[in-house]
Ligand binder design. Structure first.
Ligand SMILES: Nc1ncnc2c1ncn2[C@@H]1O[C@H](COP(=O)(O)OP(=O)(O)O)[C@@H](O)[C@H]1O
Ligand SMILES: [Mg+2]
Length: 312
């Protein structure tokens, strides 16, 4: 598989703060590579370094075999970058005028009218940019990034503010887009969305990439595929739970214990342990482990999905 992005140990500081603190990874052709993590984790800084918008203090970056700074001219026609809110577009320009203008920059562009359809913007085509709702602006910015038919697409929180239907449509389109030898690097603070739609997921926390792989690789590396939540009259002993076969992690909050491990019969192991100790659980619930569980276990902090924005 061809490598389209190589990032080697990049560091980017703002004063004393290392916004990106030694991050390395590769992105491959046809891949949807998702960077997830809470606000302030360093996701935007990382992708802006790769886009060539920011320059890391140290480390190396190659994009489509080129240097994002030195080879900027060669690279620009081959990449698509989603504009950030408030960055760049004049307010008094209409949706269709902007699409036509952007399409004219490229020798080979996607038919922009159909892009407006895909992103549910056809009815807003003659509206001024500043009259669009938050979600419409976001969809429009993604459509603009796509119009030049880039080999590599950079999207920064493209689904924030979209309703569930808009999200589904978005991800479906992105999957089809990647099938024709293109790649997408996308950030999101929705772990579930990354789990459902990205081929590779990189989890960032405090400037570092704390885990990377497919969802099943990530879960397997931590040896969790099942979660059993148990509520009891008084707290269970964590060390005893950890000593049980198949149990790999325990999170406890008062009388509620979350036990993680490998194997769908994890709940049976726990049940027989409780029976032995003559403890009757008040509530017991078993399900497959998720990326959200993994995130909590490896960072030790609750994941906030509140990006401060609401759906349309
Ligand atoms: N231009 C800047 N000047 C100073 N600090 C910045 C700048 N850009 C980002 N930061 C800080 O770097 C950290 C990472 O930010 P960012 O990459 O935007 O994270 P994310 O996209 O994951 O929310 C944050 O603490 C943020 O406040
Ligand atoms: Mg960001």
């Amino acid at each position: 598989m061809e490598t389209v992005i190589v990032v080697e140990d990049i560091i980017k500081r703002y004063g004393d703060l290392a916004a990106v603190d030694g991050v390395s990874f590769e992105v491959y052709e046809k891949e949807i590579f998702g960077i997830v993590g809470p606000n302030g984790a360093g996701k935007t800084t990382t992708i802006e370094c790769i886009e060539g918008i920011r320059r890391p203090d140290s480390g190396g970056i190659q994009v489509l075999g080129l240097d994002p700074h030195k080879d900027r001219k060669q690279l620009l026609p081959r990449i698509g970058v989603q504009l950030q809110e408030g960055a760049g577009l004049p307010e008094r320009i209409k949706v269709d005028e902007t699409m036509r203008l952007f399409a004219s920059f490229y020798d080979d562009s996607l038919p922009w009218q159909s892009l407006l359809d895909v992103f549910n913007l056809s009815e807003a085509r003659s509206r001024y940019y500043d009259r669009l709702s938050g979600g419409q602006k976001r969809r429009f910015q993604v459509a603009l990034a796509l119009v030049g038919k880039p080999d590599l697409l950079f999207l920064d929180e493209p689904t924030t503010g979209l309703d569930p239907h808009g999200r589904n449509r978005f991800w479906q389109y992105m999957r089809e887009y990647c099938n024709s030898s293109r790649s997408i690097i996308v950030t999101t603070h929705y772990l579930e969305e990354a789990q459902d739609n990205c081929d590779t997921i990189a989890i960032m926390d405090k400037g570092r990439m704390v885990a990377r792989g497919t969802t099943s690789e990530l879960l397997a590396a931590q040896q969790i595929d099942t979660r059993v939540a148990i509520t009891t009259a008084s707290p269970l002993d964590v060390a005893t739970l950890l000593a049980l076969p198949k149990v790999t992690h325990v999170r406890q909050d008062g009388n509620r214990s979350e036990v993680f491990g490998l194997g769908s019969d994890l709940h049976r192991v726990i049940l027989s342990h409780l029976e032995e100790k003559d403890i009757a659980p008040l509530k017991m619930e078993t399900r497959g482990a998720t990326l959200n569980d993994l995130y909590l276990l490896i960072t030790g902090t609750e994941y906030s999905e509140n990006g401060g924005e609401t759906c349309e």
